[in-house]
Structure formats: structure tokens, C-alpha cells
Design a protein around this ligand. Structure first.
Ligand code: GLN
Length: 291
């Protein structure tokens, strides 16, 4: 890259380059990455189209573009991802929060507003960067009895989750390294709501993941041979930790809702319902533990 590159000429080079290398949003990717290098907002680039770039800026941009070319998700390159209109730190120790997971947050809020007007203890299993439980804590900040707990089997993930809690100034959530419920005490750890977006990709599909997804931790993606391992485990074990009339709310993969509803029913949950995402896929499955 020569010294005469400007913001505009660089974007006009980078966008088609990324398009050729399989980015589905090449211009946006290029703009976000250049805004990171220049430490400005994406829209500010439009006010600086003629600005020439320094050598170090060019070098930094080139490294990001090469990472993107290799399929590294933009969120990892930026080190952050927006979810529920909040900014989350992410790195390759955690799954990148997906927009469809906001439907799980919505379903959880709906359950709490209807059934727990002053809040209650909520558990998030496989919390990753903490996006789900922190979105809930943020939305429920007014409720006097809300408390959250985020569990993850990987301490590297919890490190990010804790950092996110600090950044968002949320102190109503505690974090524990735990393989599913293993670190909890069934006598004293009780919840009104348990939520989870567990790993749900089948062993076969793990072999053909797109490059972007392959950058994400396999432990956060792989749900066993049929993708349903964690739904079975969590449904069976959650009963010990749910308060009477509590609920278990899952995000599920495409086409998994029917199987997950069956798993919930066979574990004694009732009033089982689902919610659709914007692509009209059944994305969220809710079961009540009515006693
Ligand atoms: N709870 C996080 C999310 O929904 C991480 C989920 C996971 O690692 N499977 O984005």
C-alpha cells in the first residue's frame, strides 16, 4: 500500500477485496475495521474521506483485512459486539452473541414481568461473554429482588463475562466456573428462571462449519452427535434447582424445537410453548416446572 491512500480510496479497495474473499457484508466490514484503526465512529469516516492515512494506520488496517480474509469474525477483530443495544467485549474464548438470541432475552423478560413482578434469582448456563444474563440484569435493574448467576465451564469465558459486567456497571450477577450445574448446591441454589443458549450443533455439522464459525470455540458450539445433548442434561438437572412454578427457557437451533419440546415434556415440564425469530424459525422453547 502506498503513502497516498485516503480513507475513501482505501475503502474502495478493501470492500471489493473482501467481497472476493467471501464476506457477505464487505463494505460494512471494511468501514468498521477502518473506524477501529482510526479510533472513530463508522459514520465519521464519511467526514474524512480525503484524509490520507499514516503508515502505521495502513499497516494496522492491512492486518485486520487479512484476518477478515481468513474468516475471523468482525466482532473478534473489533473486540466487541452489540447485543440488546449494549456493548459487549468479545474474543475467541467466547461465542459472538447473535441477534436471534435477543428473542430468548425477550421471552425471559416476559416471563419475569408476568410471574415475578419484583424479580427473583435467574440462572444462565453457558453464559459465554455474559450477554444474556447481563441484558436481563440491565433491563431489570429496577426490580428489588432480581439476582443473576452466570455459569460457564471455561474460565476464559468467565473472565470476559466479568469484564463485561464491570463495563456495564452491573453488580447483581455472580459468576462461577461450572460444568452445567456441578458447582451448585441443590439445597441452597434455587432459581425462579433458568435460561440457556447451549451448544447445539450436531457432530456432522461441526465438520462443515463456515470459516467464521470455525473461529469460535468448539466447546460453545458442539451439542453432541444429534445436537441435543445439553437440552437433555439441562432439562433433567434443572428440576432440582428450580423453585415451584419456575421456568426453563432455551434457545434452540433450526429445526430443533419439536425435539426439545419432547425432551421438556418427558422431564415433567408443562405449559410448553415456543417463540419464533424474525426468520420465522421456532427459536425459543419455554417449559414451566409447575408444582
Ligand atoms: N450465552 C452466550 C450466547 O448466547 C454463549 C452461548 C454459548 O457459548 N453456547 O451468546
Amino acid at each position: 500500500m502506498s503513502e497516498t491512500w485516503t480513507v475513501l480510496s482505501l475503502l474502495n479497495w478493501a470492500a471489493p477485496y473482501l467481497e472476493k474473499h467471501n464476506s457477505t457484508s464487505p463494505r460494512l466490514d471494511a468501514e468498521l475495521l477502518l473506524a477501529k484503526v482510526l479510533d472513530c465512529r463508522r459514520l465519521d469516516l464519511y467526514l474524512r474521506f480525503d484524509k490520507p492515512l499514516a503508515q502505521t494506520e495502513l499497516q494496522n488496517f492491512k492486518e485486520l483485512i487479512l484476518g477478515r480474509r481468513q474468516g475471523v469474525p468482525v466482532a473478534y477483530l473489533l473486540g466487541r459486539k452489540e447485543f440488546w443495544s449494549l456493548e459487549f467485549i468479545v474474543n475467541d474464548a467466547v461465542l459472538v452473541p447473535r441477534p436471534e438470541t435477543e428473542h430468548l432475552v425477550e421471552a425471559a423478560l416476559e416471563f419475569i414481568k408476568k410471574n415475578l413482578p419484583t424479580g427473583g434469582p435467574v440462572l444462565d448456563i453457558g453464559t459465554g461473554c455474559g450477554n444474556i444474563i447481563l441484558a436481563l440484569a440491565h433491563s431489570l435493574a429496577e426490580l428489588t429482588d432480581f439476582s443473576g448467576m452466570g455459569l460457564d465451564v471455561r474460565p476464559q469465558a468467565l473472565k470476559i463475562a466479568r469484564e463485561n459486567a464491570r463495563n456495564l456497571q452491573i453488580d447483581t450477577v455472580t459468576w462461577h466456573t461450572s460444568d452445567l450445574f456441578q458447582a451448585l448446591n441443590p439445597e441452597t441454589d434455587k432459581f425462579d428462571l433458568i435460561v440457556s443458549n447451549p451448544p447445539y450443533i450436531t457432530s456432522d455439522d461441526m465438520q462443515t462449519l463456515p470459516p467464521e464459525v470455525r473461529c469460535e470455540p468448539a466447546a460453545a458450539l458442539h451439542g453432541g452427535p444429534d445436537g441435543l445433548y445439553f437440552y437433555r442434561q439441562i432439562s433433567a438437572q434443572a428440576r432440582t434447582f428450580l423453585n415451584p412454578n419456575g421456568a426453563l427457557i432455551f434457545e434452540v437451533g433450526d429445526g430443533q424445537a419439536a425435539a426439545v419440546k419432547k425432551i421438556l415434556a418427558s422431564n415433567g415440564y408443562s405449559a410448553i410453548s415456543t417463540k419464533y425469530d424474525l426468520a420465522r424459525c421456532e427459536r425459543v422453547v419455554i417449559g414451566r416446572f409447575l408444582r
